[in-house]
Design a protein around this ligand. Structure first.
Ligand code: BGC
Length: 316
């Protein structure tokens, strides 16, 4: 594995199941301990959605907070949009006092990390559980500490004209997943989204899939009802793929993305696979994409897909 890979503790699946509000039928599988490399995207030089905010370079050996780095002087940045204080953002702790409840449910906002308890630094700010990023503040993220998202991985087997499963170079059957092209950076991704305060994960998954992959926001009432029915059936049976930190370019020393990724697999090809896909909301494109090790997609999404391929013994 090399020295740049840290093995994390097993995620707390039993707890997550209730937190995520999965239905009883949901087939909850044990998630194998996931490998998180020292974050790389969270150390990208130019901060996303800016042209001139440059992170201070953090070498691999200095990423971990436990390693002394007395000269560390990260650039401080929180976007104007976040500082304006929209509903989805916390108060700015660099300029005002506020009593936020770390590592706890704070009203409806979950400040609980899937990674276990995070530290609060001497500056009284939460510390990124993977380590330094070269940037202090919240960047364009609204919350101090974890910012929670959810990712629905909808899969089917790739089939030829005779409805036979197609095999990959490794002789295993090829899986496909519903991918959307993000409006913000045009990268292909899983159609995930942010969890609203007080919302259970299944609600987020259904909403995001409906809006981004089926364009439910621009359909008639009757069409919306059909979409809702198909999504409800599909999202009844999910298996956990991952819950935890995401190596996302928006992460900072004090704010970071976490996600819960679930797989909804249409084994027979007669369910979801028949649903008409139509990009909407934050997505400009949508398609069934083959799972392969050559995929180039957003944030840690490739790791999630590799895990799905492993679980379903699919080609990779
Ligand atoms: C995206 C999710 C992604 C998460 C972390 C969210 O904005 O919608 O798909 O997993 O960020 O990168």
């Amino acid at each position: 594995m090399g020295s740049r890979v840290a093995r994390l503790a097993k995620p707390r699946i039993a707890k997550m199941t209730t937190e995520t509000g999965c239905t009883k039928q949901a087939k909850i599988q044990r998630v194998d301990s996931f490998l998180i490399r020292l974050h790389e995207k969270a150390r990208c030089e130019i901060y996303p959605r800016t042209t001139d905010v440059k992170r201070v370079k953090v070498e691999d050996k200095y990423v971990k907070w436990a390693v002394d780095y007395p000269d560390y002087s990260p650039v401080v940045y929180t976007s104007e949009g976040v500082l304006k204080g929209p509903v989805w953002a916390d108060p700015d702790l660099l300029t005002t006092e506020a009593n936020l409840k770390w590592n706890a449910l704070d009203g409806k906002v979950s400040r609980i990390s899937h990674m276990g308890s995070y530290e609060i630094g001497k500056d009284k700010l939460p510390r990124n559980p993977i380590g330094r990023t070269g940037l202090k503040g919240r960047g364009c993220l609204g919350r101090w500490g974890p910012n929670h998202a959810a990712d629905p991985i909808v899969t089917r087997w790739r089939r030829d004209e005779d409805d036979k499963k197609v095999k990959g170079e490794d002789g295993k059957n090829v899986l496909q997943f519903v991918a959307v092209q993000r409006r913000d950076n045009h990268q292909w991704a899983i159609p995930g989204g942010m969890v609203d305060p007080g919302e259970v994960i299944t609600q987020t998954l259904k909403r995001e899939f409906g809006e981004e992959a089926m364009n439910s926001l621009e359909k008639t009432e009757a069409e919306r009802e059909d979409i809702e029915k198909a999504i409800n059936e599909l999202f009844d049976h999910g298996t956990n793929v991952y819950s935890g930190y995401v190596d996302d370019p928006r992460n900072t020393d004090n704010s970071w993305m976490e996600t819960v990724a679930l797989n909804f697999h249409d084994e027979s090809g007669s369910g979801v696979s028949q649903i008409h896909l139509h990009a909407g909301d934050d997505a400009v494109g949508v398609k069934w994409m083959d799972l392969t090790s050559k995929l180039e997609i957003y944030a840690s999404h490739k790791d999630f897909l590799q895990e799905v391929a492993r679980k379903l013994q699919a080609s990779w």
